[in-house]
Design a protein around this ligand. Sequence first.
Ligand SMILES: NC(=O)C1=CN([C@@H]2O[C@H](COP(=O)(O)OP(=O)(O)OC[C@H]3O[C@@H](n4cnc5c(N)ncnc54)[C@H](O)[C@@H]3O)[C@@H](O)[C@H]2O)[C@@H](O)CC1
Ligand SMILES: [K+]
Length: 467
Amino acid sequence: MIPMRGLWTTARVRAAEERVMARVPAGSLMRRAAFGVATAALELLGGKRRVGLLVGAGNNGGDALWAGYYLRRRGVAVRAVLLAPEKAHAEGLAAFRRVGGRVVDRLGEVDLVVDGIVGLSARGPLRPDAAEHVAHLDAPVLAVDLPSGIDPDTGAITGPAVRAAMTVTFGCLKPVHALADCGEVRLVDIGLGPELAGPDLAELDDAEVGAHWPVPGPQDDKYTQGVTGVAAGSATYPGAAVLATGAALLATSGMVRYAGAAADGVRARWPEAICTGSITDAGRVQSWVAGPGLGTGLSAEAVLRTVLEAGVPVCLDADAITMLANNPDLWDARDPDTPVVLTPHDREYERLAGEVGHDRVAAARRAAEKFRAVVLLKGHVTVVAGPDGRVLVNRASGSWAATAGSGDVLSGLIGALLAARLDPVLAAGCAARLHAVAAERASGGAPIPASALLAAVPDAIRALRSG
Ligand SMILES: NC(=O)C1=CN([C@@H]2O[C@H](COP(=O)(O)OP(=O)(O)OC[C@H]3O[C@@H](n4cnc5c(N)ncnc54)[C@H](O)[C@@H]3O)[C@@H](O)[C@H]2O)[C@@H](O)CC1
Ligand SMILES: [K+]
């Protein structure tokens, strides 16, 4: 199994830190952390010499003050604003003052700001006094542990927050580092590794997705890569069917069967797809993709029942999700032994499982547990939660994929990976990553329609496989 980039929640980090602190000299973890911050600061300064510290009430501020101490010893001019002077970290402040660090009311002109306002204990957005200092910054910001004002466990930004050019974090990555923009993220080892069991969430990187992507071997033929069935689109709206079928065709070298009223449109665009007008004579498949553009009437319900009882993994999107939300009895048709992947956007999620809220990971987990399904919650950060508690997250570098038809492409990719027998959590996670990369490559900085995203799928697979 390929290791993923793990992320640990604050409760787990604190527990690990306590165990490490019990056996190392007091203050040594903080000094190691601060030395890492100072090293990154020197790099960002690139020869410039004025640093400002924003120092909050806790150990995050302590890290900043000790970083200021190390920077002073390298001849950097460092001044600090203490946001809660009576609570500032006493030893850090004493050390900072000892080497000539200055405490000021306002930072004034500096070349780099170190954000030590709040770290792992952060709750809610920046408070007004901190927000006031942050609002007037025009130098780049180096965040200590995480950009202050962003929730460490959910990445939620609900008010003023720091925007960081770089974040230096300690021991391990936390959810915020995958769920929100922290600038470049650097990890300083403070010896937590042995105290951390498996992560709470993970991020797939490009090379991992490339390594998992199914490629045919010398023994393979058109059936061994898996046959994907697509039940999508309608005679009036063949677009969703054309996009989902195309994505399944481009994702793997397995065969694709299309079943539905858009058969003529699909056949005209994809002569290699085996098309029939009705799901009852579609033939055998190893997975079904159902929902995009399908409609929600009685015949669509019959299609949904057929795929749910087919005994193969199913990816359900769009109208299929709406039908399940309107009529939960449809779940009764489900073969309990086969995986289901649901791919809602926020509004579909709300119909299905209530409000998403600020904690998107918790929302995806709730629905995964409720429906015993893999839930891929779409967004700028895509969260994939499995019924077994595994969570994969993928943050897109841009939002070019937020366009009509883009979800149809995603469901086709997932269907093809399911047909190739990839583990369903991994299938959803790999498809989400590839989809984001295809959107980025197709776009190159300009808006793109979903058909351009689709056309970039082979290029994205090549890029991930060589990454
Ligand atoms: N525990 C450890 O072993 C280590 C901790 N380290 C640092 O310690 C940090 C955690 O320190 P603490 O637990 O003391 O707490 P923080 O420094 O994260 O927060 C301090 C206080 O800020 C206040 N606060 C909460 N939300 C706020 C908001 N939105 N705006 C303004 N103020 C807010 C709270 O009163 C909180 O107690 C880590 O993020 C890391 O930077 C590092 O020194 C490495 C070692
Ligand atoms: K911070």
